[in-house]
Design a protein around this ligand. Structure first.
Ligand SMILES: Cc1cc2nc3c(=O)[nH]c(=O)nc-3n(C[C@H](O)[C@H](O)[C@H](O)COP(=O)(O)OP(=O)(O)OC[C@H]3O[C@@H](n4cnc5c(N)ncnc54)[C@H](O)[C@@H]3O)c2cc1C
Length: 541
């Protein structure tokens, strides 16, 4: 390290990766596999947090400032003025270190649609090798699944009779059991595949960074908040970051890869003068490069949680929240047996059609075999026995935005979702809630003596269901799309993830998704990191 002309500490690398999340950890680990490439990985958050190891720790991370940016959406009509939480991981592993650990790739059509929008190289056939490269999975068919990747994916058993009964109930409603929704078809109901191995969460910090840490050509800096990208003309040449109270700079001889996630990546582009000129001028930021799409195209899964009381004793995890039963759970966990402490956050999911005539699922139901309530350190098990089922459109049409609110990197950006602004999102949401009800009312569920608590049986019409949704729904924490990949004027990056109109700068994270995938977004984000690293290596050759 040497001082630059301004006296700041300075150092040189071939590649600088900003953000060690789902995508960034994969990018940095893959790039540094080649010993002659030097890589700096900058992470704003900490190296780790003790609650990231135990899957049940998710409840202690979702409102925890030591591991989470704790953003919130702007109040809007579709939330009845509530600011919905937008948790984002802030530590090595990023959101993969605080997420619900469900492993869902999406449908082939998601990626084929990306390709049809002009993104050459992103069809399902072309991204499948990267999905396979991520994972080490024991089940499924080899044509679709990976056996030798760094990230362990497992099939937790239906540890509760309640979950097995729900699979049977769905069958009674014509929704088949699908043992591998990440295989040939997503259709049907299944236990969630999980990024959990031997009872431990497998974040990208564990899967990608732990094995790479010892490499002499990879430097990982935590507590390093990148404040701006630096440029020579139209070429990005490095970054300025803040660490331990000091401002430092690093130079990238080849490229800077921005992997800050859907909220932070557009903010950092704007702070660096890249975005909508009027917006930047209003914040007093000098315009370096006009790019109108920066921060637009925000999408997320707005997901109401239907709540059910369970009359049958012992069926729900609420019945194991204290005393002997909790000790038994802890013991089971310690012995490596299925336990509440080692469970994926939503262990059962169904990919369903909201109406007849569709050629594939367009809505998702996810079951959590407990009722929770807000506690002082995050959500906690409620005293009443019950379960939760969230229900939402998988490919919403509503679009929002994320924009910087000040030139100061420490000020949170404004997140505007515009939920339900596309009427079809409301139609599919109401239909999904009704499908949840029909499954709960199927004969296989009779012995559990279920009673609908929310929205409540009186909410019959779309209007009544959506009125409840506006007052109660939160997201399933899948924001994407704010640095859209494409070839149209609103695209921020091209199909090789290079920022349009600039050199030496790519974005590789969930923000580049032109459209939200059908399901959870960790696996697609890691795939984007894997594919970015491959493209960077190809372009450097
Ligand atoms: C509570 C929660 C539950 C979820 N559950 C699931 C689930 O069960 N299954 C699933 O598939 N998906 C789930 N997701 C979504 C999934 O985890 C994310 O979509 C995915 O991790 C996004 O990856 P990313 O690389 O785009 O961003 P992230 O993983 O969020 O990584 C961004 C990283 O960049 C760092 N960073 C940002 N700005 C800067 C800066 N200026 N300087 C330095 N570093 C910076 C951040 O600290 C972070 O580490 C969940 C997410 C959350 C938050």
């Amino acid at each position: 390290m040497r001082p630059d002309a301004g006296g700041n500490a300075m150092s040189d690398y071939d590649y600088i990766v900003i953000g060690a999340g789902s995508a960034g950890a994969a990018v940095a680990a893959r790039l540094s596999e080649h010993p002659r490439r030097s890589v700096l990985l900058l992470e704003a958050g900490a190296a780790d947090h003790p609650w990231t190891r135990i899957p049940a720790g998710v409840a202690r991370l979702i409102t925890n400032p030591a591991a989470n940016w704790l953003y919130a959406g702007e109040p809007e009509p579709a939330t009845k003025g509530r600011a919905v939480p937008v948790p984002r991981g802030k530590l090595l592993g990023g959101s993969s270190a605080i997420n619900g650990m469900a492993f869902v790739r999406g449908q082939a059509r998601d990626f084929d649609t990306w390709a049809q929008l002009g993104n050459r190289g992103w069809s399902h056939a072309e991204v499948l090798p990267f999905f396979k490269k991520i994972e080490r999975y024991d089940g499924g068919e080899d044509e679709f699944r990976g056996r030798t990747g760094p990230l362990r994916v497992t099939d937790p058993p239906p540890a509760l009779p309640l979950l097995a009964a729900l699979i049977e109930a769905a069958g009674q409603r014509g929704i088949p059991h699908n043992p591998d929704y990440n295989g040939a078809s997503q259709d049907g109901i299944a236990m969630s595949q999980a990024s959990i191995a031997r009872g431990r969460r497998v974040s990208t910090a564990r899967a990608y960074l732990d094995p790479a840490r010892g490499r002499a050509n990879l430097r990982i800096l935590t507590g390093a908040l990148t404040e701006a990208l630096t440029f020579e003309g139209a070429r990005c040449t490095g970054v300025r970051y803040r660490r331990a109270g000091a401002t430092e700079q690093a130079r990238a001889g080849r490229e800077v890869i921005l992997c800050g996630g859907t909220i932070n990546s557009p903010q950092l582009l704007e702070l660096s003068g890249i975005g909508q000129p009027d917006r930047l001028a209003a914040l007093g930021i000098a315009v370096r490069h006009a790019l109108p799409g920066v921060g637009e195209n925000l999408q997320d899964h707005y997901a109401p949680r239907t709540r059910w009381a369970i009359g049958a004793a012992g069926a729900s995890l609420n019945d194991r929240r204290r005393g002997v039963k909790l000790v038994a759970e802890a013991l089971r966990y310690a012995l490596g047996r299925p336990s509440l402490l080692g469970m994926v956050a939503a262990p059962l999911r169904a990919f369903v059609r909201s109406r007849e005539g569709l050629d594939g699922p367009d809505a998702l139901l996810g079951w959590v075999p407990m009722l929770t309530e807000a506690g002082p350190r995050g959500p906690r098990l409620a005293a009443a026995s019950g379960m939760t089922c969230y229900a939402h459109p998988m490919r919403p049409e509503s679009r929002g935005s994320v924009h910087a609110t000040a030139a100061d990197p420490a000020r949170p950006p404004a997140i505007r979702f515009n939920f339900l602004s596309a009427p079809e999102d409301g139609t599919v949401t109401a239909a999904a809630v009704r499908i949840a009800r029909t499954i709960m009312a199927a004969p296989a569920m009779a012995r559990f003596a279920l009673r609908e608590l929310a929205p409540g049986p009186e909410a019959v019409t779309d209007d009544a269901i959506l009125d409840w949704v506006r007052g109660a729904a939160e997201t399933t924490y899948h924001p994407v799309g704010t640095c859209k990949m494409g070839v149209d004027p609103m695209a921020v990056v091209d199909p090789r993830l290079r920022v349009h109109g600039l050199a030496g700068l790519r974005v590789a994270d969930a923000s580049i998704m032109p459209r939200l995938t059908s399901g959870n977004t960790n696996a697609p984000s890691i795939m984007i990191g894997e594919k970015a690293a491959a493209m960077i290596a190809e372009d450097a050759a």
